[in-house]
Design a protein around this ligand. Structure first.
Ligand code: SAM
Length: 346
């Protein structure tokens, strides 16, 4: 690999002084589930293979981001485990220097078979989406009867040494909201970290409304039987989840042997844009500086046209410099981005 030049070395700082250190890479826009709050039953118009970054392109861009100060990379999608060579991608990312922390967000289907290989390749952590523990509700919410595969995947990830296993659940009124205490209890008993997520205006159907979404206040109210101590947004204050230590609650005797953690990701009602250190690279090579951005920077085109690393670094810097102050969901003129969450990389 050629030596890192000075243009590349300095940190990625935006106009508001935020430094980008966290990169989410979407490996595919396709998914094996059809969560009702995410996409329609028939799926979406998927990207063509020729539009997707190749593994070499992903690794080259990731290496450039690392040289520009990115210290953690999360693989996501769509469903990243549908990418045919995901362990090889992880291994190549783990070989970057300085080595980034490597994590993956997945629906869990596939973890039974792949957890060991992913750990050997260098994966550090995993987030698994489990919106419900009820098989029938899972089928309704995801339109697929795959709960046993997901739960087996979560167990396999923990057994393979991926730690901490974080569990994501989007809470939906009239569906899984009332199940939140049971989900937290299950996570505590198994030593997983539960994270409840506010539904964001990123659904492909554009059906999101502020009135129907479950707010962080409601989530915490539903969890009223638990004694929670707020501990902030991670060690450096930039984590999307507002974290809580679970001090007491139903079934304490079963889980109190280890300290329990809970996270609430309240992007809508408790935005954390001022501390945002995240960038996103879509599966077709577009750089997004905000989940809700309406503009993207094409990196794939210049890459395929022969741009060198300095050219690409300039494009990345320019994009970061123009990162918007906040997501603007509260603004009267807020318009939902064209790309849904599944095509951005959640
Ligand atoms: N397929 C993987 C998974 O299921 O985790 C990774 C991609 S998925 C888009 C990442 C996370 O985004 C999941 O936890 C999912 O529940 C969540 N999600 C999807 N659409 C969302 C929305 N409109 N608002 C909030 N979270 C959403």
């Amino acid at each position: 690999m050629p030596p890192v030049t000075d243009t590349q070395r300095a940190a990625l700082v935006d106009a508001f002084g935020r430094v980008a250190t966290d990169l989410r890479i979407s490996l595919t826009d396709k998914c094996s589930l059809r969560c009702t709050y995410c996409m329609p039953a028939e799926g979406l118009a998927w990207l063509r293979k020729s539009e997707l970054l190749t593994d070499d392109e992903i690794v080259r861009l990731a290496g450039l981001f690392v040289s520009l100060g990115v210290t953690s990379i999360r693989l996501t999608g769509g469903e990243p485990l549908l990418h045919p060579t995901v362990p090889a991608v992880v291994a190549r990312l783990a070989a970057l220097r300085p080595r980034p922390e490597l994590s993956l967000t997945t629906n869990g289907i596939g973890l039974v078979h792949m957890s060991g290989e992913l750990v050997r390749a260098g994966l550090d952590r995993v987030n698994v989406s489990v919106d419900t523990l009820d098989p029938e509700r899972f089928r309704e919410l995801t339109r697929r009867a795959r709960l046993p595969d997901v739960l087996a995947g979560v167990a396999a990830a923990a057994a393979a040494g991926l730690h901490p296993v974080k569990i994501n659940a989007v809470l939906v009124r009239g569906s899984n909201l009332g199940e939140a205490p049971a989900l937290l209890g299950w996570a505590l008993r198994h030593g997983y970290e539960m994270r409840f997520i506010e539904h964001m205006p990123l659904d492909a159907q554009h059906a999101w409304t502020r009135d129907t979404m479950v707010t962080a206040d409601e989530m915490l109210a539903v969890l009223g039987d638990y004694l929670l101590r707020p501990i902030g947004h991670g060690a450096d204050g930039s984590a999307p989840a507002e974290e809580f230590e679970v001090l007491d609650g139903p079934g304490t005797a079963e889980w109190a042997v280890r300290p329990g953690r809970l996270g609430v990701i309240a992007s809508v009602t408790r935005p954390f844009c001022r501390e945002c250190d995240r960038l996103r690279l879509t599966a077709d090579g577009q750089l997004r500086t905000c989940l809700f951005a309406r503009t993207e920077t094409d990196l794939r085109g210049p890459l395929r046209d022969g741009a060198d690393d300095d050219d690409l670094a300039r494009l990345i810097r320019l994009a970061v410099a123009g990162k918007q102050a906040g997501h603007g969901i509260d603004a009267a003129d807020f318009v939902q981005p064209d790309r849904p969450m599944s095509a951005i990389g959640g």
